[in-house]
Write a protein that binds this ligand. Structure first.
Ligand SMILES: *Cc1c(COP(=O)(O)O)cnc(C)c1O
Length: 416
């Protein structure tokens, strides 16, 4: 076991991203945070930026901030990088462009941030159905996250379309037919961590005449994504997981430029309309990605994720993926050696998984609270899963080793 501890130290010493760990706000009572895939940690720089926004941006500019692009924050020498918030109305689109360039492989004008993932999923699936009006089936994975299943179940009832349930993202191709309007799949499965072949599955959907919508919640910021190159039609994802946007930070939507003209917004609000301040009669959608929006964007909740985007831009997503693969490989080794009685629900091939691992054992439900008490924080996923979320910018090999060793200790303690 000391063997693994020494290996972890050596891996941390050789880690080119090790310096990033010090950029995060410390959590004194936490010895191993293995849940950055559910709620990422805050960067230290974020608190200064949020405070400055409250004092200078919101407090100083008041209502003028919505369309006044002169930015008091940018004059503050302590606030470098992406601090200049600019006018609040276009902040979402500007963040969308950065997100597109840094993390989504998307040219400008195709992404924005706005509502929760659930709400954006609803909008995108509804709009996609209208883009394929003579087709009446949606392909969705049985093992997908609840919101994704619930949203399409609701839309199926509302619109009289049929759901075709695939066992998982990679089995979706078998459910395609000339009746399929769209496939909705997760790029990385929230439970198993399996990474779907988004390029091939998108191509398969297109060959059947269907559209492909990807949920990127568990891949954005940690797995290389190339939406434009893969020909993806629509995508959503959240920003509070690997992008460290904070609890309740807004989700993003991607709508490929070729679909924007015909994109029909199911929640018509003033801010997605062509001329919000004309206050006129009759909804006319805005040109471009802004038509995905409905109402006032959550400005404060949009601030933190820019700091992680800036950091990702600096270190590069390839370095992040390389560390992610190293972390998950080390985790598999640790689980094999220290937790042989647990089942590994995650693919063993690093190329086939995202940045988290799920292990199963019947004792895990009662074990997780004891782990949290000792400052070891993995996630529990019903019925018997522990999820080890490994966030390459903030997770060390040492804390991973410590975490898996703690699970072993608690498991053996509960067996006696
Ligand atoms: C985290 C997650 C969500 C979250 O949806 P919200 O509306 O932001 O709460 C949705 N889908 C997947 C696949 C997720 O992992």
């Amino acid at each position: 076991m000391t063997d693994f501890a020494a290996r972890a130290v050596a891996l941390d010493d050789a880690d080119p991203l090790a310096h990033c760990r010090d950029l995060f706000v410390p959590s004194p009572d936490v010895v191993a945070y293995l849940d950055g895939n559910s709620l990422g940690r805050p960067l230290r720089v974020t608190s200064g930026r949020v405070t400055s926004f409250i004092e200078n941006g919101w407090g100083g500019r008041l209502i003028r901030g919505w369309d006044d692009a002169s930015d008091p924050d940018s004059a503050d020498p302590d606030i470098a990088g992406p601090a200049a918030v600019g006018d609040w109305l276009t902040l979402g689109e500007r963040i969308g462009d950065d997100l597109g360039r840094i993390a989504l492989g998307a040219a400008p004008g195709q992404a924005t941030i706005g509502d929760s993932t659930s709400v954006l999923l609803y909008k995108l699936v509804r709009a996609a159905l209208d883009l394929r009006p003579d087709r009446h089936e949606i392909v969705v994975a049985r093992d997908d996250f609840p919101t994704d299943r619930f949203v399409v179940e609701g839309i199926a009832a509302e619109r009289g379309v049929t759901l075709r349930w695939a066992a998982g993202a990679d089995e979706a191709a078998h459910a395609l037919s000339d009746r399929t309007a769209l496939v909705l799949l997760s790029h990385v499965a929230y439970r198993s961590g399996a990474l779907a072949d988004a390029a091939a599955t998108t191509a398969g959907a297109h060959a059947a005449g269907a559209l492909a919508i990807w949920d990127l919640c568990h891949s954005v910021g940690v797995v290389p994504i190339a939406l434009d190159a893969w020909g993806v039609d629509l995508a959503v994802g959240c920003t509070y997981k690997y992008l460290n946007g904070g609890p309740g930070s807004p989700a993003f939507a991607y709508v490929a430029e070729r679909h924007q003209g015909a994109f029909g917004q199911p929640i018509q609000g003033w801010l997605g309309s062509a001329a919000p301040f004309a206050m006129g009669q009759g909804y006319r959608p805005a040109d471009g990605i802004r038509r995905v929006l409905s109402g006032t964007p959550p400005v404060i909740a949009s601030l933190a994720l820019r700091d992680t985007l800036a950091l990702l831009d600096e270190v590069g997503t390839d370095a992040v993926r390389a560390k992610s693969e190293a972390l998950t490989a080390f985790a598999v080794e640790l689980v094999d050696a220290l937790l042989p009685e647990a089942g590994l629900a995650t693919p063993r091939d690093p190329a086939r998984r995202g940045s988290h691992l799920t292990i199963d054992h019947p004792a895990f439900p009662e074990l997780v609270p004891r782990l949290w008490e000792r400052g070891v924080i993995p996630d529990f996923r019903t019925p018997t899963g522990i999820r080890l979320g490994l966030s390459p910018l903030s997770t060390s090999f040492a804390e991973l080793e410590l975490g898996v060793r703690a699970i072993r200790e608690e498991l053996h303690a509960s067996a006696v």
